[in-house]
Design a protein around this ligand. Sequence first.
Ligand code: ATP
Ligand code: MG
Length: 435
Amino acid sequence: MTEQKKQALQAVKGMNDILPPESARWEWLEAKMRSVLQRYGYQNVRTPIVESTALFVRGIGEVTDIVEKEMYAFEDRADKHGQAEHLALRPEMTAGVVRAMTEHSFLRDSGRRLYYFGPMFRREKPQKGRYRQFHQMGVEALGFAGPDVDAEVILMGSRLLRELGLVEGDHFRLELNCLGSPAERRAHREALVAYLEQHKALLDEDSQRRMHTNPLRVLDTKNPALQDMANGAPRLLDFLGEDSLAHFNGVRAILDAAGVRYTINPRLVRGLDYYNLTVFEWITEKLGSQGTVCGGGRYDGLIEQLGGKAAPAVGFGMGIERMLLLLEEVGVAPAAPAPDVYAIVPSAAGLPQVMVALETLRAEGVTVLMHPGQSSMKSQFKKADASGARLALIFGEDELARGEVAIKALRDADQPQMTRALAEAASWAPELLNA
Ligand code: ATP
Ligand code: MG
């Protein structure tokens, strides 16, 4: 064997560890999100990270970026009959939720309002705000056809952004569009392809390829040279019939009444094939080309397309990493979490007695960080200070011999030290919370 040291292993490119203190920001954001979701009566759903590749190909669409080039798909090991399953890491959650609802007949009697949190996987070029494993919070409202539920999910997203301290106009804006029905899209598509044919010479390689497979996506191009061409293209909005317009106006009337501001972007199409009628995105200018923090829309055809009984649905997905980047960018930060008390234990002799007392405090709701192992009083006080705790509990030998603990304020030099009886910890625990 060589003397060479074993090389340390590293996380996969584009996949991040989320470590303290950063992880506390994640927990804070997730708690804020849950609080809003619960006020709208949405229920949590958790589905597997791995699904059949076919689910995403059928759900998201064969000619989308996600399925064409971003999906982590692989063949599982063969079973004893030599059959291997084609599996994929989920690139998004909607297809999985729809599969689960159908599989468990959850839409038989009524609609469902659901939310999820979790990792998604896309093999994209990693950069700030774009990762190969990223996380989404999302909602899916299944079995509801009316514009009221479109408006509800938009109001919910909007409330969340505002409750996080973000300001509409300064930090984010909402874009809205209506994609109409499949028939309206077909009529528009014909006109659009004809228009793109006329401008073929202008189109870049990507757009030429998409012109026939997914022409709406050509209009979504980020290539600055194509903006004029895209601006002059036939607008889907002009192809909408009465029903689609009524739906769109229904959503708008509710948003207008609620004071939710939006701009109509006739070119907003979203990167997944399954949308119809309402689509929307929350966009920020603070994160460069990773500016979409949340996107969603209606997908009335997807449930049937995935083999379920036809039912309408609407939802959105919000990128957790992008939300955290945006919050950081504009200076919104949660209070650093700190324990109520830090327990200083100079000698091992009294440990059983000390730790029983600490358990009593925790049972009463006190957050207690105990000094691990023994070290000098000086170094324990240093750690107590660094922990951010408001109080130190000092379990000195003299105090323990009297069945007591000394309590010292760490942030207020004027407050005198106190002593309390260990046997009565439950009765004075509330003092520690309000100190
Ligand atoms: P983009 O246009 O930026 O690639 P998208 O349209 O592919 O976004 P969706 O599929 O709608 O994104 O996903 C919903 C949200 O998830 C996005 O608005 C974004 O906040 C987040 N998201 C998508 N892909 C990534 C990624 N690779 N890394 C981090 N967040 C992502
Ligand atoms: Mg994308």
